[in-house]
Write a protein that binds this ligand. Structure first.
Ligand SMILES: CC(=O)SCCNC(=O)CCNC(=O)[C@H](O)C(C)(C)COP(=O)(O)OP(=O)(O)OC[C@H]1O[C@@H](n2cnc3c(N)ncnc32)[C@H](O)[C@@H]1OP(=O)(O)O
Ligand SMILES: CC(=O)C(=O)O
Ligand SMILES: [Mg+2]
Length: 353
């Protein structure tokens, strides 16, 4: 058992003190690029400031023969690019792969002072986070890094989902969780071959009524990922860290992508992955509260005075609990306005009538 006192002590002599709180930095889109792909890598400097997170991916989607090229490409980008307001993350190879040790022992000394978050795929339980926690502390100490690198776990096995709470609680480095719908579907033996998103076969059908003509009964497509996302939201909220929808692989279906991201936003996720530049705009739109929502929230807060009691607004009851919901919305709007001038202008133009 690790005591509370030990939990916040560095795991190696000379490593930086662990964070006591994970900062709520905007991360509406975590944009994936392959640092070994010259065309993609060349676009990275111009993307700074247009997306909340730029993530150099070293794991799946990078061919085995290109692993080293991508790792070295990431080092070059990390050393040369000024990321300004944009966070710089990486996804390392899985802990059972032949590449992960070289990923960590190369990246931390070379660009550990630039990396905000390391995303760890296929996390199965607290033991995986404990391993990475100690190794990062040793590497940070050796490299003289002063700011602890945060850790983000992808949930993509049944065991990982079953162990979700202990994963979130395993280290003060834990920044958040992402859904890994492709590997998770395979591990669970689900029968979808899609990367995220819904499935037309996963539905409920309206009850029959007398005289129905078969085929006219309405069907309602259901969300395959609702259960997992809901578990992630609760586990993350409980531990003060952040949940994210993962990838939506149907790049051309921007409408369904927006719907899936919005479901995640409404349930409590703070962002989603972007695999292609077209998805950045979708995530930025969906994970930013609308002007109407911010206006409503500000009106409720104004009407509620000290935040206690009950009032009627537009025919609806508002009370201590609904004012808290409104404060969540306004706090997010304020955080985003601080980094997004267009949103700031839109929110500043709101008048309370
Ligand atoms: C299940 C999982 O693990 S998901 C996470 C792992 N997967 C990934 O990271 C995939 C990342 N994305 C990609 O590899 C690519 O976007 C693909 C393969 C999906 C599509 O690539 P393309 O067929 O080249 O797309 P498309 O032709 O529309 O690209 C248009 C331009 O955007 C560029 N581009 C495409 N994706 C990206 C990206 N993620 N970042 C930066 N630029 C990109 C292309 O290089 C191309 O540039 P050009 O106009 O100078 O030629
Ligand atoms: C996100 C991811 O890695 C997966 O869906 O498998
Ligand atoms: Mg995966």
């Amino acid at each position: 058992m690790r005591t509370a006192k030990d939990f916040f002590a560095p795991l190696a002599v000379g490593a930086p003190a662990p964070l006591r709180e994970i900062p709520a930095r905007p991360s509406r889109a975590i944009h994936f690029f392959d640092p070994g792909n010259e065309k993609m890598a060349a676009k990275v400097p111009a993307m700074v400031g247009t997306v909340d997170v730029l993530l150099g991916n070293l794991e799946d989607a990078v061919k085995a023969e290109n692993k080293e090229k991508s790792r070295l490409g990431l080092v070059k980008i990390g050393q040369e690019v000024d990321f300004g307001p944009t966070q710089f993350w990486t996804r390392i190879n899985s802990l059972d792969s032949p590449w992960v040790l070289d990923d960590l022992t190369t990246l931390v000394p070379a660009i550990g002072d630039k990396l905000d978050v390391i995303m760890v795929p296929k996390v199965q339980g607290a033991e995986d986070i404990h391993y990475i926690d100690r190794l990062l502390a040793q590497l940070e100490a050796k490299a003289g890094i002063t700011k602890p690198i945060q850790v983000h776990a992808i949930l993509e096995t049944a065991r990982g989902v079953a162990n979700i709470e202990e994963i979130c609680a395993a280290s003060p480095r834990m920044q958040g969780l992402s859904l890994g719908p492709a590997d998770l579907a395979a591990d669970r033996r689900m029968k979808t071959t899609r990367v995220g998103g819904g499935h037309p076969g996963y539905l409920v059908r309206q009850d029959p009524t007398d005289g129905d003509i078969e085929g006219l009964r309405t069907t309602y497509q259901q969300d395959l990922w609702h259960y997992t996302i809901a578990r992630m939201v609760d586990a993350c909220a409980m531990h003060g860290i952040y949940p994210y929808y993962g990838p939506f692989g149907d790049i051309k279906d921007v409408v369904a992508c927006e719907d899936q991201f919005r479901n995640a936003f409404l349930l409590g996720c703070v962002g989603a992955w972007s695999l292609h530049p077209v998805q950045i705009k979708i995530a930025n739109k969906v994970f930013s509260p609308s002007v109407e929502d911010v206006k409503h929230a500000r009106r409720v807060i104004a009407a509620m005075g000290d935040g206690t009691g009950a009032v009627m607004l537009d025919g609806k009851m508002e009370d201590d609990a609904s004012v808290k919901q409104c404060k969540v919305m306004v706090a997010l709007a304020d955080e985003l306005a601080a980094i997004d001038p267009d949103l700031k202008a839109a929110y500043d133009a709101i008048t309370l009538d």
